[in-house]
Ligand binder design. Structure first.
Ligand code: PLP
Length: 287
């Protein structure tokens, strides 16, 4: 595997990062995961915009432009496609860099550590009820921090929530804030459907501004008459929904069939999901 580290491409076995890196010691960094199929990325620009926005909020400047990132990503794909296949995720991580002494304050004269690698992802999701990967989820109180809009490498809160679902035999968790409103999952945004109306929580500090969420909303606005309400969604609404979907770069739009062991709606993959995943599959490369 060829990886990118601080300006160079090299075999993964030769990539070395100091244990004094603040990404390792403090989780002081931002990451991004961008999917590609047959060499075509989904949402490359929006993914890089989100990463730049996160980095700016942490006052980290890797001094790389959109086209620099594009070149790195294209090279990672070209150099790894023979070994890893045609469906690749590109992972980028930028940490504040390596310090010589310990201290929470931002060091003034260190440069960011920039890392990138490609990894095999599953087949392109298809709009076919019999082929959909479906999910069973549990519910829980969102115990993460109040800056969930930042795609921080400090993922412990998400890891613990994911594990909470896994320990109960589920594959994701729907999280609710202290007012009982849906935020997101451990690694997904969430949509619900009731009587043909789609709703998803509005962007805020309580959830990651998912790129799949963003692209889906844009596609629905541009290519359909289906409207989506971005508003608070209560736990009662989630439990009474006809359909629930999880969205993420690797899952695209994934139907949830069970919440806390109870079937969602009819317990089958829904018709609204089918229509929406069809539109997503058709238009996703345009964003
Ligand atoms: N929410 C969280 C906490 C995530 O980690 C992710 C992605 O991994 C998402 C939502 C979905 O974001 P995206 O659609 O950009 O992959």
């Amino acid at each position: 595997t060829t990886v990118y580290l601080n300006g160079s491409f090299m075999p993964a076995s030769e990539a070395k990062i100091s244990p004094m890196d603040r990404g390792f010691l403090f989780g002081d960094g931002i990451y991004e995961v961008i999917p590609s199929y047959g060499g075509r990325f989904v949402g490359f620009g929006p993914h890089i915009d989100r990463m730049h926005s996160g980095l700016a909020q942490l006052s980290i400047d890797p001094k790389l432009s959109l086209s620099d990132w594009q070149q790195i990503a294209d090279t990672l794909i070209a150099d790894n496609r023979a070994e890893l296949g045609d469906n690749l995720g590109v992972y980028f991580q930028v940490s504040r860099g390596t310090d010589t002494k310990r201290g929470h304050a931002f060091p003034s004269n260190i440069s960011p550590t920039v890392f990138g690698y490609a990894f095999a992802i599953g087949p392109e999701p298809v709009a076919d009820k019999s082929k959909a990967t479906t999910y069973a989820v549990v519910t829980g109180q969102d115990l993460r921090w109040q800056r969930c809009h930042i795609k921080s490498t400090s993922l412990l809160g998400n890891v613990l929530h994911y594990q909470q679902s896994y320990a109960q035999g589920a594959q994701e968790i729907l999280l609710f804030d202290k007012d009982g409103n849906l935020t997101e999952g451990a690694a997904v945004n969430v949509f619900v459907v009731k009587d043909g109306v789609i709703a998803t929580p509005p962007l805020s500090n309580k959830l990651l501004p998912g790129i799949t969420r963003h692209i889906l909303l844009a596609i629905l606005a541009e290519h359909s008459d289906i409207s989506v309400e971005q508003r608070d969604v209560s736990e009662a609404e989630v439990l009474a929904a006809d359909e629930i979907w999880l969205t993420s770069s690797s899952k695209e739009i994934a139907p949830v069939l069970f919440v806390n062991d109870k079937p969602v709606g009819s317990g089958q993959v829904g018709d609204v999901w089918l229509a929406v995943q069809q539109l997503f599959s058709q238009h996703k490369f345009a964003y």
